[in-house]
Design a binder for this molecule. Structure first.
Ligand code: ATP
Length: 301
């Protein structure tokens, strides 16, 4: 299987400052790829570049095998794109939106659309502009899912959705990616949702992709280590580069091991020969994300 999204040195600068910096992104076909990073990291800019809304300053991107600068109607018929700041036709009701979108997509699926309408529980006679934020998101999702796109690009899809709809939405996407082989590229700050959903994770910080790997391998290689230091024990000045966010509070010392392999314990023993207990604990994706975000915020490259 190939990559549905692939970028090469993709760069976008605003007034000389890179918002996306030589990005090499690969999103495998059939994956649910979560694109994570702090505010202003470059997630939306990346997505706009992929969707041909912005033009790269340098480098290139391919989406569904086509250079992003050439994405047109044919590709958009296979891409479902929902973004936080999308312009919506506020004067339409949901049935009007459905009737408006349907002729544009040869693969529009009426049965699936009806199922989504029931699931999303949207009113028929309210104009989109009078709907709550969550309802608007649901309407946009509906109009982007009903034609069964090969690629679903979601920029912050969960904000404004209540927990029940989030849950149904996640279940729906999981079900569909499994049965239809969809690829989903989703930027989000909602780590708990992402943890349930994603099988691939990319982390972007200050425009640069810091990691991109399977969620399982990411979580396998991160561990929290916490030790109680004996009286008088010192923490060495130079710690292994694999140790993220080391922190000392009194006798307690903790860090996040970012390469939990055969040498992880050796590294620990060489730093703290007098400490016997070595008890690595697994991290949730949220804890992993926080460790990475704090690590890079601290100026790490
Ligand atoms: N049109 C623009 N003009 C100038 N600067 C911009 C423009 N769009 C984005 N930027 C800058 O580019 C950087 C990346 O912004 P972007 O919106 O891609 O981040 P993000 O990761 O999506 O953030 P958030 O999580 O807050 O939505 C920011 O510093 C932002 O101020």
């Amino acid at each position: 299987m190939g990559n549905v999204i692939q970028t090469n040195e993709l760069t976008k600068s605003f007034r000389g400052k890179a918002a996306v910096d030589r990005l090499a992104l690969e999103v495998p076909e059939g994956s649910i790829y979560a694109y994570l990073g702090p505010n202003g990291a470059g997630k939306t800019t990346t997505i706009k570049l992929l969707m041909n809304i912005l033009f790269p300053t340098s480098g290139s991107a391919e989406v569904l095998g086509v250079p992003s600068s050439q994405i047109g109607v044919e590709q958009f018929q296979q891409i479902g794109y929902v973004s936080e700041n999308q312009k919506i036709p506020g004067w339409m009701t949901v049935p009007q939106l459905v009737n408006y979108c349907k002729p544009m997509y040869p693969t529009w699926d009426d049965d699936f659309c009806s199922r989504l309408l029931r699931q999303f529980d949207l009113p028929n006679d309210t104009k989109l502009r009078s709907m709550s934020r969550g309802m608007k998101v649901k309407a946009m999702l509906l109009s982007s899912l009903a034609y069964r796109p090969k690629l679903l690009v979601l920029d912050e899809p969960f904000s404004g959705l209540d927990p029940l709809v989030r849950d149904e939405f996640i279940r729906g996407i999981l079900e569909l990616t499994e049965s239809e082989g969809w690829t989903v590229f989703v930027s989000s700050h909602d780590i708990d949702e992402v943890e349930r959903l994603a099988d691939w994770v990319g982390f972007i910080d200050k425009g640069a992709l810091q990691l991109s790997e399977k969620r399982v391998t990411l979580q396998e290689r991160f561990r929290q280590i916490e030790v109680v230091l004996p009286d008088g024990a010192e923490v060495p000045k130079q710690l292994p580069k694999e140790w993220l966010v080391p922190e000392r509070a009194g006798h307690a010392f903790r860090y996040v091991e970012s390469r939990f392999d055969g040498q992880a314990e050796e590294r620990f023993r060489s730093m703290f020969p007098s400490v016997e207990t070595y008890d690595p604990q697994s991290l949730s994706l949220r804890e992993t994300y926080l460790a990475l975000a704090r690590h890079f915020k601290g100026g790490a490259q």
